[in-house]
Structures are given as C-alpha cells and as structure tokens.
Design a protein around this ligand. Sequence first.
Ligand SMILES: C[S@@+](CC[C@H](N)C(=O)[O-])C[C@H]1O[C@@H](n2cnc3c(N)ncnc32)[C@H](O)[C@@H]1O
Ligand code: SF4
Length: 445
Amino acid sequence: MAGEATARLRSSRGNDAGQAAIGARRATEAASPREPAARCIAERTPRPPVALYVHVPFCVSICPYCDFVVHAGRAARGPGARIEPFLAALHAELDLRADALAAPPARSPLRSVYLGGGTPSLLAPRDVAAILDHVDRRFGIAAGAEVTLEANPGPDERGDLAGFAAGGVTRISLGAQTMDAAELRRLGRRHSPQDVLVAIGVARRGGLASVSVDLLYDVPGQTRASWRGTLRAILDAGVDHVSAYALTLDDPDAEGITGPAGDHLPTRPGARAWRDRARAEQDDDRAADLYADADGLLAEAGLRWYELSNWARPGHESRHNLAYWRHEPYQAAGPGAHAFDGVATRRWNAARLDRYVAALTATPPALPPGGVERLDHETLEAEEAILGLRLREGIEAAVAARPAVAEALRWGSAHGLVEDAGDGRVALTLRGRLLSNELFERMLP
Ligand SMILES: C[S@@+](CC[C@H](N)C(=O)[O-])C[C@H]1O[C@@H](n2cnc3c(N)ncnc32)[C@H](O)[C@@H]1O
Ligand code: SF4
C-alpha cells in the first residue's frame, strides 16, 4: 500500500456518531423497516428514533488525544463527583425528549441503546439499570434489542461488567486501543494489555453476549510488527467485533466548535502540545499498511469488514452504528450528544456539563443549550451516499445515479476505488476504503 496517501484514514475517527455527525457510533432489524434510500428526500417525513445514544461524560483521567466531552479527576470520583447531578439531569432530559414522541405502542420501540462516553463503566450497575428502565418506560426497548456500554479495561475503570449485564446491557465495547504496553503508556492509558484480557474474560463470564474492542492505529511509535501483535492478541482472546480507528489529532478550538453552543470542550493546553508531537510521527503510507494488515488478519480469523473501521463475526455487527450509517433516525441525550430525525435535521446538546445540569434540574426542567442544523438537499444526498459507501453493502443504484454522486463514482471507478456489488449496488474496493476521502470529497456540494 506504500505510496498511496491515505486521506481517508484521517476520517475513520472514534466510535460514536452520537457525538459526531457525518464523521461519526446496534437485533431486530424487523422492528422498523428501513426507508428506501432512493425515495426522494423531499418527500420524507421525520420518523421516530430507532436508536438512542446516551453520553456519559466522565473518565478517571483524560487521554491527550481525546476530544470527546469528558470530565475527569474530582468530577468523576470521590465526594465532589458530579455524577449524581448529571444523572438527575439525564433522567430529566430523557423525559423531555420522550414527551415529544408518541407513546408506544403507537410507534416501534428502540432497536438499540448505546451508553457511550467518557467511561460509562464508571457508573454503578444500579444507575445503568435505572437509565435503561427509564428508557424502556418512555421510549420502549424492543425485545432482543442491542444495548451497548463502553468500558475501559483497567481494574478501577471497567466497573461491574456482570452487574451491567444483569441490568440489561447485552454488548460491551472495550477501549483496548493497543496490546503493546509501551504504546499504551505513550497514549496515556491507565490499563495494561493483561487488563484487556482479564476484562474480556470477565465480560464473557458475566453474561455479555457480544464483546467488541476498540483499537487505534497510526499511533506514535507503532510498527507493523507491534500492530500485528495487537491484532493477534485480541483475536486470540476471542472477541466478536473489532473497531480499528486511525488516531485523529484534531484541534476543536481551531474548528470553532468549543463555544457556548459548541459540542466540544476547549482543548487542554497539554493535549495540544501532545497532539502536535504525535502528529509529527504519523505517516499516511504506514497507516495504509496497518489498515490493510488489520483487514487481512481480521478476515482470516472470521471477522468480516462491514464498515470502513469495523469488522465482526456474522451476527455481531453493531446494529446501533448501522442505524447511523443507514441514515436512520436516532435520539440522543447527554452533553455533546447528536440526534438526527431521519430526514434532514440534526440537533446537538452543548458540551458544557454545568449548563446541561442547570437547565435540566431547574423548575420546571428545560432542554439544555445546543444547536440545530437543517441540511440542504445536496448535502443530504451526498451524506447519504457517503455513509452508505462506508458500508460493505454499498449504495443502491438510485443513490449512485444522483448526478454529483454519479460523477464522483465515475472518477472512483476509473481509479479502482469502487466496484459493482450486484443488483446495481456500488461498493468500495479495498483501495477505495484506503482512499475513500478523496472519493467522498468529490461528492460534497
Ligand atoms: C471516546 S472513547 C470512549 C470509550 C472509552 N473511554 C475508551 O477510551 O475506550 C471511544 C473510542 O473512541 C476512540 N477514540 C478516542 N479518541 C480518538 C481519536 N483521537 N482518534 C481516533 N479514535 C479515537 C478510541 O478508540 C476509543 O476506544
Ligand atoms: S478514557 Fe476514553 S473517553 Fe476518556 S479520555 Fe480516554 S479516550 Fe476519551
């Protein structure tokens, strides 16, 4: 793969679309049929959410590369912890968001719930169970729904995995990042490779039906040998799902998204210096090799790619994330979380925890500050094609025929980036997965 600049790899960022719209985070597909993508966008009407993302903004410590909405240290643990006020506010937000919807059974219950962060595994199992009970009462959770909780692997961060399973969690997403001890230290992680193996075992014994791990590549100091070692160690542990993300080193301040209504918190000065140093060690060609290594090793072990950054054993694909990529409507709660109405409107909560708590714990409770964006027709058409092309299933013929999309696909076909996926569908080749940003940029208005 050397010699190919991999702009795409920069965009395969962190997990949750609930926090990041187009760049963006699960088994009864039957609960609410998908709207045919080709149906004219102008004719669509907002639909009730099929998925719910809940952002839990607490971590024991903050990793220097992370720009998710997170509070750490005293905010997360001990007598001054802000978890209780956050939970009170979260429950109030769930009520206000549900008030705007018809009650079940007038609409289908949720097919997935995703508790992301931050480190939701810092919550007590009773708090997780209370959130899920509340969601079930107000939104409805379908029988067999996928309920994911993100956990850090360290002994003081992974929480009570069996307790979470008993409270309704079906799937765990473990932030392993790498199985190389030196790389973990460089990333500022608190856990060891052994902690990851222990956490996977505890999750299995605790009754979690699906175990996923997050990995990072293009990490400073990473080599192909260390990355292959990480992949082998994770595969030997017997996981069901792997997300492998290229380390992205953005500056949300420079992007202008850290203001009062912004969905990010200001970048910490130490983090900016760390990112500057780490960026200097990144290499697109090496990243492309690492991506191809991951794809080969994961496929050999029976984990098939189904989205640019995601591989799964059959039946363990993330149903929650599939809703994002298929442009389905999702609701979201918690600071910095993003929701989509399934047509054209995104809204988000501002990142600041104090304002989030103040608004929702006022009498009467009010929705927290945030923003709304209505996407224009051209952007929506492009976004739908881009999200669809992230998936192995690709896009249907009618989406591929939209003028701006068709023109980009002709370019992509001439350069070996896309192929016929049967039934008129178009999908990315491996080369296309490596260079997808170059293709996607051509589709945007
Ligand atoms: C935001 S974290 C939340 C879960 C948990 N606290 C953890 O660290 O694993 C979810 C995932 O986002 C990914 N992530 C975080 N920062 C990233 C970055 N700068 N670039 C790429 N992926 C990132 C990591 O792989 C991480 O596992
Ligand atoms: S533990 Fe996860 S959410 Fe917390 S700072 Fe690190 S990457 Fe971000």
